[in-house]
Design a protein around this ligand. Structure first.
Ligand code: PGA
Length: 255
């Protein structure tokens, strides 16, 4: 099964609307040669319109970093999938570990957001991953299986066409400490096997699973060479077009 690699930037709370066009255009220019990779920039919601405008006519897709599950209503500070679509977004990240850690996200709320985003037609990147304490306590498999089973509950085989999973070990995010390619591959295989129990082996084989956590041009090739690693979710290295392009070049070569 060959899965088209997908490299997505997660800008987090780092880029202002006025700085957005330059970064998106820089990414589009630096990656024009890599047409075999799906390229995405997920930006703060307030940057989405500027990012969409800057990406027009390029293969770069634009997404947001979160969405709410309700269509509209009294949810101060939240953004709906309809608003994102109206602004031209095609992707959204849900369940990032920073949302879980600092904003009370649970597997249940991640599931609600993921189902709403997929139903709305957004390509939805669902993040999962264990903390260092969980890994050290021997709970890696248990945590990953729970995050897949609860986070992706009631997602159908048809929904999987718009599902991307990002495996991000929390201890590797923004720390410079990367999972080794073998460590990552082991968890990616577990994620795919767990997903297969929910949607069937054949469908699970089609779902892209990204690795995230200190991925950079220097380590991307060895991670992306692994059988079940189908892309990357990139934080720090997505903030400089040249670094982001270096990872996309590695994904292109690994395709
Ligand atoms: P990092 O972040 O690449 O800066 O480690 C990845 C992420 O949090 O998605």
């Amino acid at each position: 099964m060959s899965r088209n690699k997908i490299i997505a930037g997660n800008w987090k709370m780092n880029v202002k609307p006025s700085e957005t066009a330059a970064l998106v255009k820089g990414v589009a220019e630096a990656t024009a040669a890599y047409s075999n990779v799906e390229i995405v920039c997920c930006t703060p919601a307030i940057d989405v319109p500027a990012a969409v405008a800057a990406a027009a006519g390029t293969p770069v897709g634009i997404g947001s970093e979160n969405c709410h599950w309700e269509d509209h209503g009294a949810f101060t500070g939240e953004i709906s999938t309809g608003m994102l679509l109206d602004a031209g977004a095609k992707y959204v990240i849900v369940g990032h570990s920073e949302r879980r850690q600092y904003f009370g996200e649970t597997d249940e709320t991640v599931n609600k957001r993921a189902r709403a985003a997929i139903a709305a037609g957004l390509t939805t990147i669902v993040c999962i991953g264990e903390t260092l304490e969980e890994r050290d306590a021997g709970k890696l498999n248990e945590v990953i299986e729970r995050q897949v089973n609860v986070g992706l509950k009631d997602i159908s085989a048809a929904d999987c066409a718009r599902l991307v999973i990002a495996y991000e070990p929390v201890w590797a995010i923004g720390t410079g400490r990367t999972a080794t390619p073998d460590q990552a591959q082991e968890v990616h295989a577990l994620i795919r096997a767990t997903l297969a129990k929910l949607v069937g082996v054949e469908t699970a084989e089609t779902v892209r699973i990204q690795y995230g956590g200190s991925m950079k041009p220097g380590n991307a090739a060895e991670l992306l060479a692994k059988k079940d690693i189908d892309g990357g979710l990139i934080g720090g290295a997505a903030l400089k077009a040249a670094d982001f392009a270096g990872i996309i070049a590695a994904a292109s070569a690994a395709s």
